[in-house]
Write a protein that binds this ligand. Sequence first.
Ligand SMILES: Nc1ncnc2c1ncn2[C@@H]1O[C@H](COP(=O)(O)OP(=O)(O)OP(=O)(O)O)[C@@H](O)[C@H]1O
Length: 266
Amino acid sequence: MSAQTAQWQDVAPLLQVRELSKFYAPGKGCGDIDFDLYPGEVLGIVGESGSGKSTLLNVLSARLAPDAGQVIYQSEQFGELDLYACDEAQRRVLMRSEWGIVHQHARDGLRMNVSAGANIGERLMAVGERHYGNIRERAQAWLEAVEIDSSRIDDRPSQFSGGMQQRLQIARNLVTHPQLIFMDEPTGGLDVSVQAKLLDMLRGLVAELGLSVIIVTHDLAVARLLAHRLMVMRRGQVVESGLTDQVLDDPQHPYTQLLVSSILQN
Ligand SMILES: Nc1ncnc2c1ncn2[C@@H]1O[C@H](COP(=O)(O)OP(=O)(O)OP(=O)(O)O)[C@@H](O)[C@H]1O
């Protein structure tokens, strides 16, 4: 067992997922999902298109009710919460404070026609910050943290490149110091060099802030770089899970072997 795994298992899980299922039709969705996510851990969910990754992410992040099963979350504000037995109001509080969601398409996670500063400030205002000077100062600091020149604070995201939009989305999410981030193909659709820069930044921020992350990707290079642990999905089921290096270097399930040999990628 690695030192990092031992450390995770000494503390309570942040998320406990038990027998979770959501199917639209047989084989379409996700089923029998069981895992624990520990503070500071990055879990990658990989699999080919249509394997149920996004469905699972949506159920885990309280955006899509499951058919069966439980998601227990250790909230800073509310203590242990059963996500689908608690109040809608509590889920909304989690979404705007303790959680972040980074979408594949920046337009799903940003307001494209308000300024970059307002995109970040809006999240701060949602958790009660009212002081204009503080909001602007923190927005500037976060723009710099994601390597966007703070002189761009009054520009709209629609004036930014794809990579900058993703970095702004990350800043908007991180400004409230969330403990759990959900990411759905955060580098999808970007040029390879832009992807590399974004991944490097994400890796740095995740380590520096001790974030817990669940990241969906079909790109095993992204999974290798960011995730400590992987779950491999096929037709809505987890066929293999384990430490990232083990799964990618010594895949046990024939499907994972195909995936790793890149026959199923793209
Ligand atoms: N709202 C919906 N209604 C009906 N079927 C759906 C719905 N959303 C997804 N599906 C189906 O469920 C299956 C799993 O989709 P999902 O988006 O979770 O897969 P995925 O692994 O994230 O794929 P991709 O990488 O292409 O996004 C697919 O067959 C999809 O067509």
